[in-house]
Design a protein around this ligand. Structure first.
Ligand code: KG4
Ligand code: ZN
Length: 326
C-alpha cells in the first residue's frame, strides 16, 4: 500500500491529503468553513452542505498538485468519528464510493487517533510510550499510549472541552469564532496576573478536567469590568487554562512513569500552553506543527496508513459520531 488519501469532514474543516509510505506527506489541503462565524459556533447542517460543495473539487486539486491521478491511489482513509453525524457522512460516503470506483480498500479512522498520532509526522518524532494530551473543540483527554493502538484513557473533561471554553470566552468578550486564536491574540497585550482565575480540579487527586466553572467565573468578571480590561481578562483566562492543563500533564507523566508528553488538537496551537508545558516539563514535550494542530486530512491519511491492516472492501458507509478512544 503506497499512496493513501485521507479525507476529514468531522466538523467545520474540509481536509484532504496524500500520504506516501516512503515519502511521507506529499500533499495537504484544508478548507476552513467561514459561514459559522456569524452564528458563534458550528451549525451542523451548514457544515454538511459545505463539505458536499468543497470535497470533490479539493480531491481533484490535491491529485493535480501531486501530479497524480485517482488511479495512483491504493487506499482511501476517512474520518468515521467522532464528530457531527451529517458532516461525517459526507466524507464517509464520498470515500467509500471513491474506493469502490477505484477498486481499492477504504479505511475508517478515529479522528482523535488522527490527532494523537500527528506528532509522529514531525522530526524528531516521539518514541512510544507517551502520554497524549488531546485538546480540541470537542474533547479534552489524557491518554496513556503504550504503543500504536494501545490506548488507555487516564482522564477527560467532565463538562466543557478546553477549546469550547476558549470559544465561549471569546463570545463573552465579543470576539469571533473560532475563539481560541482570537482570545490568544487579545491576551498578548493583557496582564495574566491582574485578575484571579481558578485552576479547576488541580487541588484534588485525579486526571479529569472541568472547564465550566472557569467559564462562569469569566462571565461574572466580564460583567463587572470595563471593555479596556478585556485583554487582562483574556490573558488571565488563557493562563488559567494553560496552567490547569500543564499541572495535569505533569501528574499524568508521574502516575504512568512515562517520560514523554505529546500534545495535539486545536488548542495545542496555543503558545501560552506550550510555554507553560515547556516550563514544567522542559524537553519532554512533542507537538505537531501549527498546521497539523487543527483538523486536517494529513493526520487522517497518516493514521490510515497505521490502520492499513483494517482496510476493507465491504462497501459499508457507517459513521460513529460518538466513539471512545480505548
Ligand atoms: O482540533 P480542532 O481543529 O477541531 C476539533 O476537533 O474540535 O480544534 C478546534 C478548537 C477550537 O475550539 C478553537 O477555538 C481551538 O481549537 N483553538 C485554539 C487555538 N487555535 C485553535 N485554542 C486556543 N489557542 C489557539 N491558538
Ligand atoms: Zn479535531
Amino acid at each position: 500500500m503506497q499512496n493513501i488519501i485521507g479525507i476529514e469532514t468531522s466538523c467545520d474543516e474540509t481536509g484532504v491529503a496524500l500520504y506516501n509510505a516512503d515519502r511521507g506527506l506529499v500533499g495537504d489541503l484544508v478548507y476552513t468553513q467561514a459561514d459559522h462565524a456569524a452564528y458563534g459556533g458550528v451549525v451542523p447542517e451548514l457544515a454538511s452542505r459545505d463539505h458536499v460543495r468543497k470535497l470533490p473539487g479539493m480531491i481533484r486539486e490535491l491529485l493535480d498538485r501531486a501530479e497524480m491521478t485517482a488511479r495512483d491511489l491504493d487506499a482511501v482513509a476517512y474520518t468515521a468519528g467522532p464528530g457531527l453525524a451529517g458532516a461525517l457522512l459526507v466524507g464517509a460516503s464520498t470515500s467509500v464510493a471513491l474506493a469502490a470506483a477505484l477498486d481499492v480498500p477504504a479505511i475508517a479512522v478515529h479522528h482523535m487517533e488522527g490527532h494523537l498520532l500527528s506528532p509522529l509526522l514531525e522530526d524528531p518524532a516521539p518514541d512510544f510510550p507517551f502520554v497524549a494530551l488531546l485538546v480540541s473543540g470537542g474533547h479534552t483527554m489524557l491518554v496513556a499510549v503504550e504503543g500504536f493502538g494501545r490506548y488507555r484513557l487516564l482522564g477527560e473533561t467532565l463538562d466543557d472541552a478546553a477549546g469550547e471554553a476558549f470559544d465561549k470566552t471569546a463570545r463573552l468578550l465579543g470576539l469571533g469564532y473560532p475563539g481560541g486564536p482570537e482570545v490568544a491574540r487579545l491576551a498578548e497585550t493583557g496582564d495574566p496576573d491582574r485578575f484571579d482565575f481558578p485552576r479547576p480540579m488541580t487541588n484534588r487527586p485525579g486526571l479529569d478536567f472541568s472547564f465550566s466553572g472557569l467559564k462562569t467565573h469569566t462571565r461574572e468578571l466580564v460583567a463587572r469590568v470595563a471593555p479596556e480590561d478585556h485583554a487582562d481578562v483574556a490573558a488571565g483566562f488563557e493562563q488559567a487554562v494553560a496552567e490547569t492543563l500543564a499541572i495535569k500533564c505533569k501528574r499524568a507523566l508521574k502516575e504512568t512513569r512515562m517520560q514523554r508528553l505529546v500534545i495535539a488538537g486545536g488548542v495545542s496551537a496555543n503558545t501560552r500552553l506550550r510555554a507553560e508545558l515547556e516550563r514544567r516539563l522542559s524537553g519532554r514535550v512533542y507537538y505537531p506543527s501549527l498546521k497539523l494542530c487543527t483538523d486536517n486530512g494529513a493526520m487522517i491519511a497518516h493514521a490510515g496508513w497505521y490502520r492499513r491492516a483494517e482496510a476493507n472492501r465491504d462497501g459499508m458507509i457507517a459513521v460513529r459520531p460518538r466513539w471512545p478512544i480505548d
